[in-house]
Design a protein around this ligand. Structure first.
Ligand code: ATP
Ligand code: F6P
Ligand code: MG
Length: 344
């Protein structure tokens, strides 16, 4: 039975990817005698057979390093002219590889499922700062993003207080407002705006005004995917991403002048952007990522193709791609209402 496997990282990067790679290589080598290569730049490396060796010496000291040593992209495995399961099977054969470990978010898992159904030996590891994968209680990278966003709120608060301004912080979150919700609660925001829950500008201004009336400086946290009720799509002025989806970002800059104009309170917008995805992972994310990487070696040793490793409670479990992709994990209405009652 083959013992050589290829690892790739796909979609947006996130803190903890390197810790997964390290966990897999260390346990795979030590316990199972497995060998690994890394595909460069996501699916692109798999489609084109571009690999780097991954062994103990390469992964040394990687658990605290942000980004991914393999590189990542939004290139798709079925992308013409060289993509598709038939060609990928030939690449795996040529490189003498028995299977693929794809570390990625919902899009990467959808692509993996399709490849699995087309006969490729593949397993998944869930990642994304957005925490929107239903397969797992938490994705690694999310905790780090929340810490960074919370620190940003703390910093905006002191400058906001000094100038008696309303501060609006925009965080990532295309379909799911988890980063906004968690960092907003941690930072004591006066309003949290998420993609799952439209709020009117009148309501937002009512919260801001009531904060100001108490003599405090209002702090609003908004996810990039938030929409006012009259908006049909999330705010996007930056063109398309590598997979032809609108790039989001800038809703804070739309809201700030509206708030200022309606409330008379000087208002400033900050877009946190990719700062949330860079740099060292938190301890929590390093542990989660390392455990997921290690559990992946058990999964491939068992030839558990078509499954992902995932966190359920404190256990690392296995979930089929079908089940993993059945639902998108958005913020439930009751969890939002729980905190909304104290806005303003
Ligand atoms: N249903 C699909 N079939 C084939 N390929 C897909 C599919 N969905 C996504 N892909 C490919 O996989 C790539 C990675 O997916 P995506 O860009 O959505 O990132 P992700 O893995 O969801 O991570 P994140 O959302 O955290 O950035 C896409 O850019 C696209 O090329
Ligand atoms: O790195 P890019 O292509 O700008 O992607 C940004 C997107 O990636 C994510 O960080 C992760 O999916 C989203 O929150 C955000 O919309
Ligand atoms: Mg995605």
């Amino acid at each position: 039975m083959g013992k050589r496997f290829g690892i790739l990282t796909s979609g947006g990067d996130c803190p903890g990817l390197n810790a997964v790679i390290r966990g897999a290589v260390l346990k795979g080598e030590t316990v199972y005698g497995q060998e690994f290569v890394g595909f460069r730049d996501g699916w692109w490396g798999l489609v084109h057979g571009e690999v780097m060796d991954l062994d103990r010496s390469v992964v040394r000291g990687l658990s605290h390093q942000g980004g991914t040593i393999l590189g990542t992209s939004r290139f798709g495995p079925y992308q013409e002219p060289d993509g598709g399961a038939e060609n990928i099977a030939k690449v795996l054969d040529r490189l003498d590889l028995d299977g693929v470990v794809a570390i990625g978010g919902e899009g990467t898992a959808s692509a993996s499922k399709r490849l699995y159904e087309d006969g490729i030996n593949i397993v998944g590891v869930p990642k994304t700062i957005d925490n929107d994968l239903d397969a797992t209680d938490y994705t690694f990278g999310f905790n780090t993003a929340v810490e960074i966003a919370t620190e940003a709120i703390d910093r905006l608060r002191t400058t906001g207080n000094s100038h008696k301004r309303c501060m609006v912080l925009e965080v990532m979150g295309r379909h799911a407002g988890w980063i906004a919700l968690y960092s907003g609660i941690a930072g004591g925001a006066h309003a949290i705006l998420i993609p799952e829950q439209p709020e009117s500008i009148d309501q937002i201004c009512a919260w801001v005004t009531s904060v100001k009336k108490r003599g405090r400086s209002p702090m609003v946290v908004v996810a990039e995917g938030f929409k006012l009720p009259e908006m049909s799509d999330a705010h996007s002025t930056k063109g398309l991403d590598g997979f032809n989806r609108p790039r989001l970002g800038g809703i804070a800059e739309v809201l700030a002048p509206l708030i200022q104009e309606r409330t008379g309170i000087e208002t400033r917008a900050t877009v946190l952007g990719h700062i949330q995805r860079g740099g060292v992972p938190t301890g929590f994310d390093r542990v989660l990522a390392t455990r997921l990487g290690m559990a992946t070696t058990d999964l491939i040793a068992d030839r558990g193709w078509g499954q992902m490793v995932a966190l359920r409670g404190t256990d690392i479990v296995r979930v089929g791609f079908d089940e993993a992709l059945a639902n998108h994990k958005t913020v439930p209405q009751d969890q939002y209402q729980e905190i909304r009652v104290i806005f303003g």
